[in-house]
Design a protein around this ligand. Sequence first.
Ligand SMILES: NC(=O)c1ccc[n+]([C@@H]2O[C@H](COP(=O)([O-])OP(=O)(O)OC[C@H]3O[C@@H](n4cnc5c(N)ncnc54)[C@H](OP(=O)(O)O)[C@@H]3O)[C@@H](O)[C@H]2O)c1
Length: 287
Amino acid sequence: MIVVTGASGQLGRLVIEQLLAGGKVAATDIVAAVRSPEKVADLAEQGVVVHEADYTKPETLVSAFAGADKLLLISSSEVGQRFVQHKNAIEAAKEAGVALVAYTSILNAAESPLPLAAEHKQTEALLAESGVPFVLLRNGWYSENYAMGAPAALQLEALYGCAGDGKISSAARADYAAAAAAVLTASDDQAGKVYELAGDDAYTLTELAAIISAESGKEIPYVNLPEADYAGALKQAGLPEGLAVLLAESDTGASKGGLFDNSKTLSALIGRATTPMSDSVKAALVG
Ligand SMILES: NC(=O)c1ccc[n+]([C@@H]2O[C@H](COP(=O)([O-])OP(=O)(O)OC[C@H]3O[C@@H](n4cnc5c(N)ncnc54)[C@H](OP(=O)(O)O)[C@@H]3O)[C@@H](O)[C@H]2O)c1
């Protein structure tokens, strides 16, 4: 039995799609562990088992994880509350006797300059202390994070950011999902492994602006701003303050190399090249 938490989210759904693809895993051997079961009625219709699993309600976690051989713990989206939530999930996994926890961490977690990495570092440390066998999927940036800004860049006639000349090795969510599915279905023991997962090709934001220009046929320059100005611009564009600050801080982290990796571990794991950034930009421009 493979349990996937956060299965109602974008990554979780893609992982389940990958597990089901080609009959790799039977639907009845997959548990979609979600805080709102009604959100995954479509998965239940395909035969996937659905259990309530709210990171803030430990009792739901223990019963959702019962009988699990492997658990994919997808990091929570509730930044700032994640460590406590992950702690609940790890303790529940221990109580349920899960044989392997795969945790979606962040690229270069140990030395990442991104403030977002703090809760991942804490979670990794807790996993190590817990005694539960675990594997780390240290996911790099989703290409979609930057690609989704392409329509706004066209509107503003410039791509704004504060990542300077930092190189970004992003990959599509579907690539990271394929990696998670590969680890969850691997025949060899995955306990103790650490995967630094990132795209094959890195780009700077100047190069991203060139990709947007090529895909749209409009000349889009990159404009590098001070972090506070970029956060302010994102807020002005309608993003909630917390998210605007988080994105700007992450760009600064990227300027220090925090989103770069050239190990090609991800493509080796999934047996194919990662999705080119131009494909992600194209998809974002089509909408
Ligand atoms: N590498 C990157 O670039 C990047 C970017 C963004 C996020 N992330 C991280 O990767 C994770 C997966 O990404 P994603 O794109 O799939 O995010 P997403 O679409 O926002 O999905 C987040 C999932 O977490 C679930 N969740 C949130 N709070 C929960 C709680 N208290 N109990 C149980 N489940 C809870 C959500 O459930 P509901 O459907 O009920 O809300 C949802 O299923 C994110 O949560 C975040 O930690 C990484």
